[in-house]
Design a binder for this molecule. Sequence first.
Ligand SMILES: O=C(O)c1cc(=O)[nH]c(=O)n1[C@@H]1O[C@H](COP(=O)(O)O)[C@@H](O)[C@H]1O
Length: 232
Amino acid sequence: MNLDPRIIVALDFPAEGPALALADQLDPKRCRLKVGKELFTRLGPSFVARLQDLGFEVFLDLKFHDIPNTVAAACAAAADLGVWMVNVHASGGRAMMEAARARMAEFAKSPHLIGVTVLTSLDGDDLAAIGCPGEPAERVVQLAGLAAEAGLGGIVCSPREAAMVRAALGPGFLLVTPGVRPSIAASGDQKRVMTPSEALAAGADYLVIGRPITAAPDPLAALSAIEAELAP
Ligand SMILES: O=C(O)c1cc(=O)[nH]c(=O)n1[C@@H]1O[C@H](COP(=O)(O)O)[C@@H](O)[C@H]1O
């Protein structure tokens, strides 16, 4: 399977203007684009269509987490937008993921359906505080297994867990990794991070990268530097 381009730029902007200004400079051959809660809540489906008109494949990152019927319907709505990838929280449970998978199967060209495992902003202390003691990696592998059993095509995890999940679930299961930070970039609110080259070496299929590109003084130069780091 040809995965290129491996970089997914997270378009986390407060308004259409700066998001489109960046998208206009980017090339669909170099990256895909992720639309998340902020821009989708402000701009809705028409903004997704705008990016698609520019030639980009769009990852709609709304992290659905609800009862099976609701999540399945929301995933169908995402598929109607023609997005390339959509995600649900794996912790929503097997029945929820199975329902989403079943609805997606009704589409001739369904998006990749992937399960968010443990948010990359959480560490072991955070998990303990929400009543899930243990290492994030253990929980990621557990939720990845559940997502695979429910028929999902992959998961979102930190690159730190990519090798463990790959060993547990084998090739072909998509590993989408945010928490990617070039060595000079600030971690910010991300607690489980790796550099782009480390993430790829660990087995990540796609690297979700936001602020190291979008908040850089020269976003295109930042993207080029990451591409250079990833070049074989
Ligand atoms: O599903 C996601 O995309 C996601 C899952 C996760 O565990 N951590 C995570 O950071 N993300 C998203 O990935 C992007 C990372 O952005 P930066 O931290 O700016 O690189 C954000 O848009 C997050 O919403």
